[in-house]
Design a protein around this ligand. Sequence first.
Ligand code: 13P
Length: 251
Amino acid sequence: MRRLVIAGNWKMNKTPSETKAFLEALKPVVAGKDNCDIVCCVPATNLAIAVETAKGSNIKIGAQNVHFAKSGAYTGETSADMLVDLGVEYVIIGHSERRQYFAETDETVNARVKAALEAGLKVILCVGELEKERDQGITAEILGKQTKVDLLDVTAEQMKNVIIAYEPVWAIGTGKTATNEQADEACGVVRAVVAELYGKRVADETIVQYGGSMNAKNCADLLKCENVDGGLIGGASLKTEDFGIIVDAAQ
Ligand code: 13P
């Protein structure tokens, strides 16, 4: 049995003081809900206060990106060692918004994944097809290419610290959720690619989340899908009540 992981991707939302207030409010809502891992991936400026506020609770803190170099002349960037030193445990890598607006490629995503794993972070690697790619019937090829290139030179041992989030780009922030069948099938495709790369045992143990307009209403059915091991949630992770309902569904 794979453990479900419910992760919120706050994107560029909430100030540090709002982060503290939100996490203080979330703690009692999710207290004792230990049948899944709960992660809040907050903006870089809010990581320190988030780690501090979540201490002693079952909420883990993640970043939304990490640079691939150990240190150096990369103005505005954050290294994996900086995140680890802060007490951050997770990092989202390769989100479609990073690929779309910040010119990230599978090659830079792969470099970030390796840097994060070497520093001891748990990675939430995002893959997903565009609407035109789904319409063209090449979803499986796109997911295969992304998964393979993004995980190049990642070892089977390191895969214990890799979660893959299947996020169809057309479902992100659109209110247009993948159907349960589409989500299950695509997460299954990702798992099959992991099996091709690392064998069945690793594939059976790898957590594959669904992300894209998951909310308090549709989460229960999505989380029932055999290949869906949790969610990466944007909009609905910004409200304690909605996020709490999703955590409940994962119990
Ligand atoms: P929404 O849940 O707002 O569609 O965002 C999904 C997402 O991009 C999570 O990373």
